[in-house]
Design a binder for this molecule. Sequence first.
Ligand code: 5GP
Ligand code: MN
Length: 340
Amino acid sequence: MLQIDKSQLNELKKALSSSKNIVITTHHNPDGDAIGSVLGLYHAFRAKGIDSRMVTPNGFPDFLGWLPDADKIMHYSRDKKGVEDLLSNADLLFCLDFNGFKRVEDMAEVLEKSPAKRVLIDHHPEPESPFHISISYTEVSSTAELVYEVIEQIYGESIINYESAVSLYTGIMTDTGSFSYACSRERTFAIAGKLIAKGVIVEDVQGLVYNNFSENRMRLLGFSLAERMKVYPEHRAACIWLSRNDLNTFKHQIGDTEGFVNYPLSIKGIVFSVLFTENEGFVKVSLRSRGNFPVNTFSKLYYQGGGHKNAAGGKAFMGMDEAVKQFEELIAKHSIELNS
Ligand code: 5GP
Ligand code: MN
């Protein structure tokens, strides 16, 4: 079991007992771990009779919309005034699955201005310091796993109901690629087992998340692999690039390209994969690796981003052609590391 620092836990218990307006938030473009963690904590609080509100900087993919009470999450992008009011009256703010305010994009100012005590629960390396209570552990598979530990160590596992369990399970499942990476600790599977004991049906969650895509998304994946993937075997690297026009052709919806970046890593010998998607004013960069090549360092160096050793993100402030050309130069420069 992961023993969370006792003084942090005590601080948190004290804060919980003295707070009236609790808000739970997560990073921009929230993924399964982000939404699963937010809802997992929300439902555990509810079971304990504690009211809280949930806020995300922007919308999340459709394949997470079935999670219990996902429709109660407020989106800053949709309701700026509502979120500003909520946060200006909050006295306790949970920040889940991100390690610095930059990760909430334009909602950062609202968080900074909020008088609330800030609690971080996160598994990314090098957390920044605008948090009063920082529960940060990188060895866990996901933030959802860490949220489970926090709930169990504060209230005991009996407080976890089905709604909380299915949310946390979804977070762990999505952040580990269905238990295929970042989960070689016995404890991750023990927690998954405890969540299953609360009524989670593994096949159903898998189906709801991964067998629930639109036809357009499937065809965009096919197009990406057939027409937009470049492989550089000499550098053990690959990339996929998608222009705005490509995305529009396939009627792109938020979340549609989730997972694309992993496909090139299934090619024999490829250890580094990058997905470039064109946005307004920049190219979004999503990076993955297998083994020792640290994509968070790479992203920090070249894409003003960060993340985990094997999964990171960032931005390239240039056009698509330039971004791909720069990438080709960078993998040539890092070829020795990539081949070692
Ligand atoms: P994704 O490629 O799925 O967007 O992100 C992969 C990982 O990198 C996630 O753990 C995410 O938190 C992190 N990440 C994504 N984008 C950024 C970014 O712009 N900055 C930082 N620091 N981390 C990011
Ligand atoms: Mn995560």
